[in-house]
Design a protein around this ligand. Structure first.
Ligand SMILES: [Zn+2]
Length: 447
């Protein structure tokens, strides 16, 4: 079995790993690189393998940095099968449709052909084969695949591949425990090799109980100043968690104010997928909401069209606007940022990972001026962040999850910035006496 790392090497986006075994080529994820520009140049480069020679893709979860280059893979000749859970397929459809629109907008603006079109996205969906958690499938003679709950986003899966007498485990992304909406990641009893994400490999999250408290503080401060609270939010999972917390906040505070806007058509559609698959939501939340109304949608103003979105401007303050994209590298949040971030009575609240180079990261790092659509925006609004909304396991959680696996010869760390990876590699070595390798782009290992 040979493994070659083609993405998310010493960085957090672009996940793409090639496994060659038993005469088959299998890709684990095929993600987008996400930096300042929505479609970084690297997304346009040729794949370093022949897409038409790839037999299978296993998609761990629907996030764009794990799925975003699938349409290009199909456009460039891939005709094999794509394995994932049912929610991953549906969420991937929504995520790709949305990114395709943004790609088209960007290509018009920057005057180059788009990376892919709607037909390519349709082509991806036709190749999906939906499989449940916990069932082992022989995808090719001698090659077995099992998916287990990764607890990261709805339908997310840890992949177990068994072939050539080896057992390889790939986390894709591993969830933060306890997750508000999902069951925790399943422990795996043994593996020979593990490819593990490391987004927060050097950090410990805040106590999750602080999450609701901090959110309440920030909303109350917005009410007190009669300001505007912007929450750039990831459409998948983060928004639904926020909505669930806001529902709690409103129930506890019996609040009339502020007005809450969900200004993200994508997040709205994603929320409907969550309601369609209640069996993928944890038991605690299901028992509390037997009507499957997990998100208190009646409290929100949902703005789907551009015209509806513009009515938010006229709505009286205080108001809370949840809009994508989560790292501010596109989407309606940029419009609201231009309008509201210059005023000190307003606040921006980050509730998720901000990749290096994104507008979100620059604001979070304290830059006083950013350019949005070519216009200078002076940042005078308050800046807050709640790290415990992360849907990624932190250092102690990653080490704990890894330590449940017996027989591991080597761990490969992907999907993390190098400082995070070095910390995690050190901890793995100290606590488990296992070598942790941090592969560079295109490095290849015989297992
Ligand atoms: Zn993810």
């Amino acid at each position: 079995m040979r493994v070659t790392f083609y993405g998310a090497c010493r960085e957090v986006t672009g996940s793409n790993i090639l496994i060659e075994t038993d005469g088959r080529k299998i890709l684990l994820d095929c993600g987008f690189y996400q930096g300042y520009n929505l479609s970084e140049k690297r997304n346009y480069s040729l794949f370093p393998y022949k897409p038409d020679s790839v037999d299978f893709v296993i998609v761990g979860h629907a996030h764009l940095d794990h799925t975003g280059r699938l349409p290009k893979l199909v456009r460039d000749g891939f005709k094999g099968r794509i394995f994932a859970t049912a929610p991953t397929k549906e969420l991937t459809e929504l995520v790709l449709e949305d990114s395709q629109k943004l790609i088209e907008e960007e290509s018009r603006r920057d005057n180059h052909p788009p990376l892919y079109n709607n037909q390519d996205v349709r082509g991806v969906l036709e190749l999906f084969e939906v499989i449940p958690y916990e069932e082992t499938l022989e995808i090719s003679p001698g090659v077995k695949l099992t998916l287990k709950n990764a607890g990261h986003i709805l339908g997310s899966a840890v992949t177990i591949l068994e072939a050539s007498g080896k057992r390889l485990v790939y986390t894709s992304d591993l969830g933060n425990t306890p997750s508000m909406l999902l069951e925790p990641p399943k422990f795996i009893d043994f593996a020979d090799y593990v490819i593990c994400e490391s987004t927060y490999g050097g950090k410990e999250h805040e106590e999750p109980s602080r999450r609701g408290e901090k959110l309440s503080q920030v909303i109350n401060a917005t009410i007190a100043t009669s300001g505007v609270l912007l929450i750039p939010s990831f459409a998948v999972e983060r928004t639904q968690e926020l909505l669930h917390d806001i529902e709690d906040f409103c129930t506890i505070n019996k609040c009339e104010k502020p007005t809450f806007f969900l200004d993200s058509p994508l997040a709205t559609k994603v929320t409907n997928v969550f309601r369609k698959y209640p069996e993928f939501i944890n038991q605690k939340v299901r028992l509390l909401h037997q009507d499957n109304n997990f998100f208190g949608l009646e409290r929100l103003k949902i703005t789907l069209t551009q015209e509806e979105s513009q009515t938010i401007d006229e709505a009286p303050e205080p108001k809370v606007i949840i809009a994508g994209s989560g790292m501010m590298n596109g989407g309606r949040i940029l419009y609201h940022a231009q309008k509201y971030l210059g005023d000190p009575k307003n606040t921006i609240l980050f509730a998720g990972y901000q990749a290096a180079g994104t507008i979100g990261r620059r604001i979070l790092d304290g830059e006083k001026e950013v350019r949005i659509y070519g216009k200078k925006v002076h940042i005078r609004a308050g800046i807050e962040s709640i790290r415990s909304y992360s849907s990624h396991a932190d250092l102690p959680q990653l080490v704990n999850w890894l330590s449940k696996m017996k027989n591991v010869h080597k761990v490969f760390l992907v999907h993390g910035e190098i400082e995070q990876q070095s910390s995690l590699a050190k901890s793995i070595k100290q606590k488990m006496a296992i070598e942790a390798v941090i592969p560079r782009q295109e490095e290849s290992y015989e297992l």
